[in-house]
Each structure stands twice: as structure tokens, then as C-alpha cells.
Design a binder for this molecule. Structure first.
Ligand SMILES: Cc1cc2nc3c(=O)[nH]c(=O)nc-3n(C[C@H](O)[C@H](O)[C@H](O)COP(=O)(O)OP(=O)(O)OC[C@H]3O[C@@H](n4cnc5c(N)ncnc54)[C@H](O)[C@@H]3O)c2cc1C
Length: 462
């Protein structure tokens, strides 16, 4: 048994929030260790946000080339060189891994490459990647182990060696026919990317519509846009069995007798927290029935001195949310009072038309019994969308009935992921919607649409 090394702060997993706190603490002179089993910088950089958005960019370039004639520019049809696409994605990833590693070194924490698990309260064993074991104890321990793709227990699915986002990013050929299981954010981004890179694509969505957490007008427009690109979306698609091998030939049998054949299968049906086999029970850290670490609103677990960060703690599944966990923990360490209570996390889905969202949508307002005024503006009314010949989508604003407070914003349209920040800032500043209505916003920009959107908010009592 190795000797136990004492640290002030130990991080199990180097996700966004954890690595940020580790850097801050190490720079302040504390003794800090980060245990990371291999992804320098966490999953966002290595296998999630960054490589998927780089892939999406390549796919958009192919799409722009294929649609160029509509803009009066004639080019030959895009020829996709998939190994070159993969290499480009890899270079983007490597660039950020290098920056992270340099940042870790400059901060001066002990980066321990290996797989960690608790062996007792605030005590961990690390099986080092290059052999050997280290034992660590922290005055405070942070769990930031993230999640992994769920591959459901469907007969034949696991045996078919399906792709997840991880393997899909390594493909060196364009799948002839990609069958995507799951019509959520990851499934939809992947489906549109591979369609644009040249695959035939079928999306199998268990629910009655895609993007089920969004309002039905969002789902409907996504379905229409995808159909226009030749993506086959099959809803209410409950899978009975899968046969064959992804990469060669697969057959997916659906309840009711429908059958889909494809060359590759990609699973995007949800995420499983990385909490199995890390010894949480001996550390006194409780999890809920989904395996998510139970935390309070300052991310304290059920074990004294142990905290959890990011997706493993049930934080919304976004990098900026994990980073906000860092802010909460940093604030607590400095005697501040920031918590996760009441925070609103915006997000984007990087399909076209793009989705941007903050706060309540119509469905949630109805569910919570919150009365709202709703303004909706078609992107056809936004001059910049017209100059771009990209008028798909809409902006939708929810405003309180008894005040001019903005309660939520949903946008499906170009630059939605950028525009949502403008509304978010207004919400954070508790600005009445009339400020957005009456501000001179630059013309012609997509953001200018907010002027027009706010002008159609129904008057109070109307
Ligand atoms: C395909 C895809 C696309 C996404 N796109 C976006 C996007 O566009 N925008 C966005 O905001 N979010 C996106 N996300 C979500 C985002 O990636 C995560 O929310 C974000 O990375 C935060 O994760 P985290 O801090 O919880 O942990 P992670 O970043 O997942 O880090 C966990 C780390 O712990 C390590 N680890 C796990 N177990 C152990 C162990 N026992 N020992 C040692 N190390 C361990 C892992 O190797 C990993 O590096 C996407 C996710 C996926 C899957």
C-alpha cells in the first residue's frame, strides 16, 4: 500500500468547473491535485462541444457550397474528404488541449493522469495510466467526473457496436446511411452534420416530436427544415431490436413492424453519470436513482468536505453551467454567497436554423401556471435575414402580465446562439422589455429583430 499524500484540494476528474477551480487555487498557492484519466481539459474540448462544433463547421461549408447557386455563385458540388475533415477537427481539439496543458503547468497543480476512486472519506486511490498507484487525501475533494453516452438495453444494439459522439468524430468515411437514435440536441446536430457531409440520414425519435423540451413550434420547424434537407425523421419510433454491425450494415426493427436499414448507427439517447465504480459509498457520498450525486445549492454532497461539479452533480448539461459551478465554489471559498439557486442557464443548439434559449418557454409557463404575454416574430421580418436569404425561424419572447419583466426567450434562426446573450443580459439587468424595444440597435443586424419583436408584445391587460 502506497503512502497517502495530503493535499488541501483534490479534484476527481478534470471537467470545466473543476479544472477552473484547480487553476485558481493553485495560482493562489494552495496544494492541489487533479486526477484525470485521459482527457486533458475535459470532455467539452476532447469529445463534445468543441469537436462537434468543428465538425458542424465543415458540414456548413459543404452546405454553403451546395447552395451557392441560390446566391448567384456557381461552384461544383462539394466533395467531402472525410479524413481531412477529421484531421481538421483533431487540430482544433489539439490546439485547445495544448492551451489547457500549458495553463495547468503554469498554475502549478499536480496533474495526476490515472483513474481515481474513493477508498474512504476524502481519500482516493489512483491507478496511474503509466502503471502504479498513488493514494491521495484532500481537506476538500471535488467530484467532476462528468457523464458518458447511454446505450440503451435494446436487444442487439450493444452487439451492433453503435457509434456514440466519440466514435462518430473519428470516422474517416462518410456513412452511406446513418441511423441516428435520438432526436435531442446531440442527435440533431449529428444528423444534420452527416447529412451535409453526404450521408443519407434517418433519425429515430421515441417521442412524438424532436427536441421534446422545446415548444412544439420549435420542434415542428426543425422537422420541416430537416425534411427539406432530405433527413428522414421518424417519430414515435420505439426500437424493438437491432441486428448487424455498425460500419457494415444494420437493421433496426421498430414496434409496429416498421424497419430501417442503414450502414451505421449512432446512439444519442441521453447521458449516464460517471459515478459507478468510484467508491462513493465508502466516501459517504449519496447519489439519486439516476446515479447523480446529491448536492445542495452550494454543491456540497452528503459527505463533509466533498463537493460535486458539473453534469455529475445534476448541473444543466452545458460547459458554461459547469463553469458557473466553479463560480459558486470559488465564491463560497472566499466567503461569498453565490449559489446555484434561481440561476438561469442559456443554451444553443448548433443546427440550422440555430436554436437559442433562455428562461421559460410557453410549455413551461403553462405547466407552472404562469400567465405570460407572448410576442412572436417571423425571421422574414428581420431585414438582415432577408439579405442573407435565410429567413427560416422565429423569435419568441415571454413577458410577465403584471410587469414588463422578460421571463423567457426562444429563437430559432441564424445567430440564435449569439442573440440569446443580448436577451440574457437584459434579463440579468432586470430591464423591462421596452428597453430592448426602444434601443437603437444597429441596422441591418439579426439582433435588430429584437426591436421588432418587442414592438409586438401585447399591451398589459390586452
Ligand atoms: C456531443 C456533445 C456535444 C456537446 N455540445 C455542447 C455545446 O455545444 N455547448 C455546451 O455548453 N455543452 C455541450 N455539451 C455538454 C458539455 O460537454 C458538458 O456539459 C461539459 O463538458 C461539462 O462537463 P463536466 O464539467 O460535467 O465534466 P467533463 O468535461 O465531462 O469532465 C469529466 C472528466 O472526468 C474524467 N473522469 C471521469 N471519471 C474519472 C475517474 N474515475 N478518474 C479520473 N478521471 C475521471 C473524464 O475523463 C473527464 O475528463 C456537449 C456534450 C456532448 C456529449
Amino acid at each position: 500500500m502506497s503512502d497517502v499524500e495530503d493535499f488541501e484540494f483534490v479534484f476527481l476528474g478534470g471537467g470545466k468547473g473543476g479544472k477552473s477551480l484547480a487553476i485558481e487555487l493553485a495560482k493562489a498557492g494552495h496544494r492541489v491535485a487533479v486526477i484525470e484519466r485521459g482527457m486533458i481539459g475535459g470532455s467539452c474540448i476532447n469529445v463534445a462541444c468543441i469537436p462537434t462544433k468543428a465538425l458542424i463547421r465543415s458540414a456548413r461549408v459543404a452546405n454553403v457550397a451546395n447552395e451557392a447557386a441560390a446566391y448567384g455563385v456557381h461552384v461544383e458540388r462539394a466533395q467531402v474528404d472525410m479524413p481531412a475533415v477529421r484531421d481538421r477537427v483533431g487540430r482544433v481539439v489539439q490546439g485547445l488541449v495544448d492551451i489547457n496543458l500549458a495553463g495547468f503547468k503554469a498554475a502549478g497543480f499536480d496533474l495526476i493522469l490515472g483513474t481515481g476512486r474513493f477508498t474512504g472519506p476524502r481519500t482516493l486511490e489512483v491507478k496511474l495510466n503509466d502503471g502504479g498507484v498513488r493514494m491521495l487525501r484532500g481537506d476538500r475533494v471535488y467530484i467532476n467526473t462528468g457523464t458518458h453516452a447511454d446505450v440503451p438495453q435494446v436487444p442487439g444494439l450493444r452487439e451492433s457496436s453503435p457509434l456514440t459522439h466519440v466514435e462518430a468524430l473519428q470516422l474517416t468515411e462518410v456513412p452511406t446511411h446513418l441511423v441516428v437514435i435520438g432526436g435531442g440536441y446531440i442527435g440533431l446536430e449529428m444528423a444534420q452534420s452527416f447529412r451535409r457531409l453526404g450521408s443519407k440520414v434517418t433519425v429515430l425519435q421515441r417521442e412524438a416530436r424532436v427536441a421534446i423540451r422545446e415548444d412544439s413550434d420549435v420542434s415542428q420547424l426543425i422537422a420541416e427544415s430537416f425534411a427539406n434537407e432530405g433527413i428522414d425523421i421518424q417519430t414515435n419510433a420505439k426500437i424493438s431490436s437491432v441486428s448487424g454491425t455498425s460500419g457494415q450494415s444494420v437493421k433496426v426493427l421498430l414496434e409496429g413492424g416498421r424497419c430501417v436499414h442503414g450502414s451505421h448507427i449512432l446512439v444519442a439517447t441521453g447521458r449516464v453519470p460517471n459515478t459507478a465504480d468510484i467508491g462513493l459509498e465508502v466516501a459517504g457520498v449519496e447519489v439519486d436513482q439516476r446515479g447523480i450525486v446529491k448536492v445542495d445549492d452550494v454543491l456540497q454532497t452528503t459527505a463533509a468536505g466533498v463537493y460535486a461539479i458539473g453534469e455529475v452533480a445534476g448541473t444543466p448539461m452545458f460547459t458554461h453551467a459547469s463553469f458557473d459551478d466553479f463560480r459558486v465554489l470559488s465564491s463560497q471559498l472566499k466567503g461569498g454567497s453565490k449559489s446555484t439557486r434561481g440561476r438561469q442557464i442559456p443554451y444553443a443548439m448548433f443546427i440550422e436554423p440555430e436554436l437559442g434559449r433562455i428562461g421559460m418557454n410557453e410549455a413551461e409557463a403553462e405547466q407552472k401556471g404562469v400567465k405570460v404575454r407572448i410576442a412572436k416574430l417571423s425571421m422574414t421580418s428581420v431585414p438582415r435575414a432577408r439579405t442573407n436569404t435565410d429567413t427560416r425561424g422565429f423569435m419568441k419572447l415571454l413577458v410577465a402580465v403584471d410587469s414588463d419583466q422578460i421571463l423567457g426567450f426562444t429563437m430559432l434562426g441564424s445567430e440564435a446562439g449569439e442573440i440569446v446573450s443580448t436577451v440574457q443580459i437584459a434579463m440579468l439587468g432586470k430591464l423591462p422589455y421596452t428597453v430592448l424595444r426602444d434601443a437603437p440597435l444597429a441596422h441591418p443586424t439579426i439582433a435588430e429583430g429584437l426591436n421588432l419583436l418587442c414592438a409586438v408584445v401585447p399591451a398589459r391587460g390586452a
